[in-house]
Design a protein around this ligand. Structure first.
Ligand SMILES: [Zn+2]
Length: 479
């Protein structure tokens, strides 16, 4: 297990080294473009076209020479893959994987598939570098790549210890190549590597040639050697939870360790999936040549940065395979604050994460919370449901509380006012959701801090889908 960790570490760390060269070239070029753009008032489309034209086509190959050296050439529509790996179904299908990925990347980045008819990469999947050196297939400027590298239309992948991770790295480098040659640039380091990790995380069915990108892997078993959730769990346990601004500082011009890849993946995956943030995140694809990309990113999220940061902390703190980001999304919409003078009844739904009660509780007051009703909090492998009441079932626990138990959080952040958001900069998020309070069937709550009351039925973020029904909760202030 240790050696697996280390080798995963090495893979990701090293795949960061080389794209950094590409990124330096891209950044330098972007700056040049900005200057000319001002002088000539060039349109963004023209700027992009010139950035794209910078990349030379892949070098021609001498097939007979490669065969003499013992290399195999695998031809796909969008890639010519050279490898010294022996023929296996998992290796020989790699061009199919690339061809299946092209329309998905086109859709993702808003590129017309017609424009990609002649888009063609030269890729090397390498065991013995000396053979590739003899074949004149290594990077022309001697760039080092312990694991992976993309330079325009050419990419290199060092052989990996699992079929999944070999495909992952190929899709990762291919994403760099696609963004460089189709968007003209990949954006700042966190976005560049975040997108490559997001789109490298995949599900591939070789029988149907069906490929899905940007998946949330359901379990460790389906992504051998990937390991990102475990690294994040460890970082959180060590009290090293990175706020979003720190993730944005991850700079791939330096060698990155694999944990950095885990952070940029998590941020890209979270923003790409969350229903309130995904459109804004996806629209950044048109900004990769902008020198103030990060400022544009911050501006898009300025008005709800505090909510975003709050949910981000919760997401990484509850990181599991199969994390259901959509069901865990919190609706912070603050209804006109109610003071809970009269009993307030509402349903708390079993298939969702934290739900706002719309009630503001005051420090120093006492509140009675009662809950009733029957819902389903899980099921046996054969589909037999686990019925549950808001006291929870001790059959199973999640995060130290019985499954299905009613939990409460008081969000202590002050009401946000639109005029404050612009002047005071982003409000910080809250970590209150990381420390819920058990409620069960009935309890009296005496808040130490005032704030909006949120409730949920306790369950793991990967197991909300198989729940059903809701509990009924009644809240009143005690005299
Ligand atoms: Zn990369």
């Amino acid at each position: 297990m240790k050696s697996i960790e280390r080798s995963t570490n090495g893979s990701a760390a090293n795949s960061g080294v080389l794209p950094s060269h590409l990124r330096l070239a891209t950044c330098g070029f972007a700056l040049l473009i900005v200057l000319t753009q001002t002088a000539r008032a060039e349109t963004p489309a023209a700027t992009r076209a010139r950035a794209i034209a910078q990349w030379p086509a892949a070098r021609p190959i001498d097939r007979a020479k490669l065969v003499r050296l013992g290399l195999r050439v695998l031809k796909g529509r969008h890639i010519t893959l050279v490898t010294d790996l022996p023929s296996t179904p998992e290796v020989d299908e790699l061009p199919n994987l690339v061809d299946a990925a092209v329309p998905l990347l086109a859709q993702r980045f808003g590129i017309d598939e017609e424009d990609l008819r002649d888009w063609h990469l030269l890729g090397s999947v390498i065991v013995d570098r000396e053979t590739f050196a003899a074949a004149d297939l290594l990077p022309t400027r001697g760039e080092e790549f312990p694991d992976g590298l993309s330079i325009g239309y050419e990419l290199w992948v060092a052989e990996q210890p699992s079929d999944y991770y070999r495909r992952h790295l190929l899709l990762h480098e291919m994403t760099h190549s696609f963004m460089a040659t189709q968007l003209g640039g990949c954006g700042p380091g966190w976005y560049m590597e975040g997108m490559a990790e997001l789109l490298g995380t995949h599900h591939w069915d070789p029988k149907t040639k069906k490929l899905r990108l940007a998946v949330m892997p359901a379990s460790r078993k389906v992504v051998p050697m990937w390991g990102r959730p475990k690294l994040l769990q460890q970082a959180v346990a060590d009290q090293r939870l990175l706020p979003i601004v720190s993730v944005m500082q991850i700079d791939n011009r330096r060698a990155l360790d694999v944990e950095a890849y885990a952070w940029v993946w998590a941020l890209a995956k979270f923003l790409d999936t969350h229903p309130r943030y995904r459109d804004r995140f996806r629209s950044l694809r048109s900004q990769t040549l902008e020198p103030d990309f990060n400022a544009k990113f911050r501006k898009r999220f300025a008005h709800d940065w505090s909510d975003l940061e709050t949910e981000w902390r919760l997401f990484v703190s509850s990181m599991v395979y199969g994390h259901d980001i959509e069901r865990e999304a919190i609706d912070f919409a603050r209804p006109a604050p109610r003071r809970a003078r009269t009993p307030h009844r509402l349903p708390i739904i079993a298939t969702r994460g934290w739900q706002s009660t719309g009630l503001r509780l005051e420090a120093g007051e006492r509140y009675e919370i009662k809950a009733s009703g029957r819902f389903v909090i899980g099921q046996e492998p054969d589909g037999t449901p686990w019925p549950c009441e808001p006291g929870g079932i001790t059959l199973d626990y999640h995060a130290g509380h019985p499954l299905g138990q009613l939990l409460a959080v008081i969000d202590p952040r002050p009401e946000s006012r639109p005029d404050q958001a612009a002047s005071a900069g982003p409000r910080p998020g809250t970590s209150a959701f990381l420390h819920p309070q058990p409620i069960g069937l009935r309890t009296t709550l005496a808040p130490k801090r005032s704030g909006l009351l949120f409730l949920r039925l306790n369950d793991s973020p990967d197991r909300l889908r198989d729940n059903r029904g809701s509990a009924t909760v009644s809240i009143r202030r005690l005299p």
